[in-house]
Design a binder for this molecule. Sequence first.
Ligand SMILES: Cc1cc2nc3c(=O)[nH]c(=O)nc-3n(C[C@H](O)[C@H](O)[C@H](O)COP(=O)(O)O)c2cc1C
Length: 164
Amino acid sequence: MRLPQMPVPELPHRQHELQFYEGFTQTVYTTDEEKQFPDGRLIVSSTDTKGIITHANDAFVIMSGWEREELMGSLHSILRHPDMPKAAFKDLWDTVSTGTKWHGYVKNLRKNGGFYWVYATVVPNIRDGEIQGYTSVRRKPSRSKVAELGALYEQMLAAERSAS
Ligand SMILES: Cc1cc2nc3c(=O)[nH]c(=O)nc-3n(C[C@H](O)[C@H](O)[C@H](O)COP(=O)(O)O)c2cc1C
């Protein structure tokens, strides 16, 4: 499974070849344009057990910049920003796949190459003792936490690069 291809941004941008967990490599673009998390809103999405998006609220659609039809049925990695270390998502999946809630700060990529930070709580949806999928509810993060986590993720990424 691949992801929809990002259009080349109009703003000055960088190009990255990202290798995704599922094995494919895709080109993504980043700009320095940050979109602020909307005040008083939550950004919500659900996935199946493989991380394929099954539900997204309007705030999710607006913040991602993708059309709802492009998001539905796509992997959640459509939001993966190259500044995020792989270890953060490994921790997320290792936690939720054992039925436990995960909290964390995530820098997300928009369709136009911009980005937005969220504080996410990912909860496994369990029915009859079995995980049916996952739901993420995202809140506005504090600027001090964004600065702290941005610096930490930079160090983690550098360690991942030098190990590969
Ligand atoms: C419910 C749920 C919500 C997720 N939300 C995000 C998100 O907002 N941004 C993101 O980059 N990855 C999110 N992920 C993790 C992605 O599935 C994926 O692991 C990540 O983008 C890294 O891509 P990769 O695993 O294909 O390498 C979420 C996963 C789940 C189960």
